[in-house]
Write a protein that binds this ligand. Structure first.
Ligand SMILES: *Cc1c(COP(=O)(O)O)cnc(C)c1O
Length: 378
């Protein structure tokens, strides 16, 4: 996300205007550290926006997931189920705590976790006599997962849910914000996400103790003594007061960004509606995606590959990306148990993410659409 002014990036930052006001306040108070008014304010404002009582803002989404697993007492000898179709940051923290990931495939109506594959995985673990400690449920590209079926299954088996809403801030399922359905949820404020603090994340929960404990672990697990007494291994996972200031400014424009992302998606759909070989990520009734990235797959049997389109766009200084490579395909996760029918492998093979910046103009979208159309007609 740097100096090349002509290059069109996938999802560049888009400042709202008030970020520097909050940063200036921190400078005026000489409060350039990892606590302060912006940190407290950002936590309160974020919790209130999504509708939970408690939030901890942290150095990254990955750190938030790591702390969620630790505060839920998950470690060595435990299994954690996770959506396989995701970014590696959803699964790595399972390894950080010494637990074992079990990967679950996707289904086609959301591209997210398949309830049927989840049920098979639950049944297999019940037969073995040991259920997983949690399910990490990812809402990919902002699309809400099939919450009703998944939550029912998890309730039935008594398995807690951690929502990976890193890409889904502002998305809703039956008017409820993603991240608020499980025991814990987390967001990312990395530079490419719908709002950014340059780098950062947040853990949210209804459970006060969970969030309080996460904050304590994020602060080197300092005991309340003046002499730095320690009983537990902690981490330095806090967000700075400066970055939290950026977050406060960004949160003020989140609603607008969701509308803009949805408009970008709708424009692509309209511009390319004559190409029947293109299938957009579906949005089931009752779900509202923030459309963090506009993604499509190319119909099976088409002569056009996503790579052909990606290279054609790149030749014109436009970035696009394949969909996430599923975790069960990764050398890093070789040997992990996996449940599914390779739906995500198929999506990965046929999919592409288009530039989805909220400053994208209609004329740029027309340019992108015409390059894609040419790839199909050539
Ligand atoms: C970005 C992302 C994360 C991790 O967030 P960071 O803030 O980059 O650590 C986790 N899961 C998914 C699905 C993401 O896209």
């Amino acid at each position: 996300m740097s100096a090349n002014q002509d290059f069109i990036y996938l999802s560049p930052p888009h400042m709202g205007g008030r970020e520097q006001h909050y940063i200036q306040e921190a400078f005026d108070q000489n409060w350039i550290t990892t606590a302060g008014a912006n940190v407290d304010g950002f936590e309160k404002e974020l919790a209130s926006y999504v509708g939970v009582p408690h939030a901890a803002v942290l150095s990254s989404g990955t750190a938030a997931l790591h702390l969620a697993l630790l505060t839920m007492g998950i470690g060595e000898g435990d299994e954690v189920f996770c959506s396989s179709f995701t970014f590696v940051a959803s699964t790595n923290p399972i390894k950080y705590v010494g637990a074992t990931p079990v990967l679950i495939d996707s289904e086609l109506t959301t591209w997210n976790l398949c309830p049927k594959a989840l049920e098979q995985a639950m049944q297999s673990r019940q037969q073995k006599g040991k259920l997983p400690k949690a399910l990490i449920l990812v809402h990919l590209y902002g699309m809400p997962s099939r919450m009703q079926e998944i939550l029912e299954l998890c309730q039935h088996y008594g398995v807690q849910v951690i929502e990976d809403a890193a890409e889904a801030l502002g998305s809703t399922y039956k008017n409820q914000q993603m991240g608020t359905f499980g025991e814990a949820g987390f967001f990312s404020f990395n530079g490419n996400k719908i709002i950014t603090t340059s780098g950062g994340g947040a853990l949210i929960s209804q459970n006060k103790d969970l969030v309080e404990k996460a904050k304590w672990l994020a602060t080197q697990a300092k005991e309340p003594t003046p002499h730095y007494h320690h009983t537990t291994m902690g981490f330095n996972y806090r967000l700075s007061n400066i970055c939290a200031g950026i977050g406060r400014g960004q949160l003020e424009v989140l609603e607008e960004r969701v509308q803009q992302k949805r408009l970008v998606f709708a424009n692509y759909q309209t511009l390319l509606q004559d190409l029947e070989e293109i299938q957009w990520q579906p949005e089931p009734k009752g779900s509202l995606s923030n459309r963090w990235l506009s993604c499509f797959t190319i119909q099976k049997g088409s002569a056009v590959t996503p790579e052909k389109i990606r290279l054609a766009l790149l030749a014109d200084q436009i970035e696009s990306r394949p969909l996430w490579q599923p975790m069960h395909q990764q050398p890093l996760y070789q040997g992990c148990d996996y449940f599914g029918e390779n739906v995500s492998d198929d999506l990965f093979a046929r999919g592409l993410c288009l530039p989805s910046g909220t400053k994208l103009t209609m004329s740029l979208q027309e340019r992108i659409a015409s390059i894609i159309r040419k790839a199909f007609l050539a």
